[in-house]
Write a protein that binds this ligand. Structure first.
Ligand code: CUA
Length: 191
């Protein structure tokens, strides 16, 4: 049998240690929340603000926005660029997206089959691509460069081989290429 005075003292020690650990745990939680809030604001994360649906069975039909000849980069009348991309097991079309630097870019991406991921390395562009929905997001690339664009949602046995490139080039060069190509043709860097 333990001495009642001893057990009273050890209960106090236990309570003190418990309070100390509770403080440490609370500090960790506050730190993690602070990191999430800071990175969210710093990277300007945005929750999805709109939902646009599309019938995945109609993607290849004539007149569809995502018909193959309409995929790639198009210059809009306001000088911005719209890039349309189709994801399917196990590739993106086009395989190489060509965009100008210092220009507002709107990506419009949809899937023909299962859920895929759209992520441009070195940027905060990161979204899911779901069949039946058009994922839309805007960005501006500061400078020319080459970015990898891997699918980052597991989409089947070929998932690890599903990726594309984003090539950001000088704005003047891009606009010259767009002029030469004319309105009907979409630009890409597919060789
Ligand atoms: Cu597509 Cu993973």
């Amino acid at each position: 049998m333990s001495n009642p005075i001893d057990s009273h003292a050890s209960a106090e020690v236990a309570a003190r240690v418990e309070r100390r650990w509770a403080t440490v745990v609370l500090a960790i939680v506050v730190l993690l929340v602070a990191i999430v809030v800071f990175t969210g604001l710093h990277w300007a994360f945005m929750p999805p603000s709109r939902v646009e649906t599309i019938d995945p069975r109609s993607l290849h039909e004539r007149g569809s926005e995502f018909v193959e000849s309409n995929l790639g980069s198009a210059v809009e009348t306001d000088g911005s660029v719209t890039v349309r991309v189709l994801a399917q097991q196990y590739s993106f079309t086009p395989q190489c997206l060509l965009v100008p630097a210092d220009t507002p870019i709107t990506f419009r991406v949809t899937s023909a089959d299962v859920i895929h991921g759209f992520l441009v390395t070195g940027t905060n562009l990161n979204t899911m691509v779901e069949p039946g929905y058009v994922s839309t997001f805007r960005t501006t690339f500061d400078r020319p460069g080459d970015h990898l664009m891997p699918c980052h949602e597991y989409c089947g046995t070929g998932h690890q081989g599903m990726w594309a490139h984003v090539e950001v080039i000088d704005k003047d060069t891009f606009m010259q290429m767009a002029d030469q190509a004319g309105n009907a043709r979409r630009l890409s860097c597919v060789k």
